[in-house]
Design a protein around this ligand. Structure first.
Ligand code: AMP
Ligand code: ZN
Length: 127
């Protein structure tokens, strides 16, 4: 990887706090934050703090950790937003816009309301 790629990486900037984000969960390995352009209320991204390009670059231990955190965040979304169901999406290559590995968490709802502003969802999660 060219070091320039990493310096310009928007998710590296979110990880190191250069760009603000609506943080849902954080530990020493990952940061999870709300997608700014959500497909559904509560759409969350889990990102490893270390820059891995995609599924073929990331190590298996980090992947397993990301899956464990996905389960933890699902509990949080159930609790705070009354979600029911979860779709995981992870894009690579041509399908991937941001070239820093991320897992999309897209929750489901029995009665899906209208899409709310991300700030409102963030407030509900922190209530
Ligand atoms: P993709 O690389 O296609 O899997 O998707 C990248 C996702 O990152 C999109 O859903 C964007 O809305 C989201 N995104 C881009 N910039 C930001 C940001 N600054 N904060 C939160 N989400 C972002
Ligand atoms: Zn990065």
């Amino acid at each position: 990887m060219n070091m320039g790629d990493k310096m310009e990486c928007i998710f590296c900037k979110i990880v190191n706090g250069e760009i603000p984000s609506y943080i849902v969960y954080e530990d020493e390995i990952v940061k999870a934050f709300l997608d700014v352009n959500p497909d559904v209320n509560g759409h969350t991204l889990i990102v490893p703090k270390k820059h891995y390009k995609d599924l073929f670059d990331i190590d298996n231990d980090t992947l397993i950790h990301i899956m464990e955190i996905a389960k933890k965040i699902d509990k949080l979304l159930k609790d705070k937003l009354n979600t029911d169901g979860l779709t995981l999406v992870q894009n690579n290559g041509l399908k991937q816009e941001v070239k820093h590995f991320h897992l999309h968490l897209k929750p489901g709802y029995k009665n899906e309301g209208k899409l709310l502003p991300v700030e409102e969802i963030y407030k509900k999660i922190n209530e």
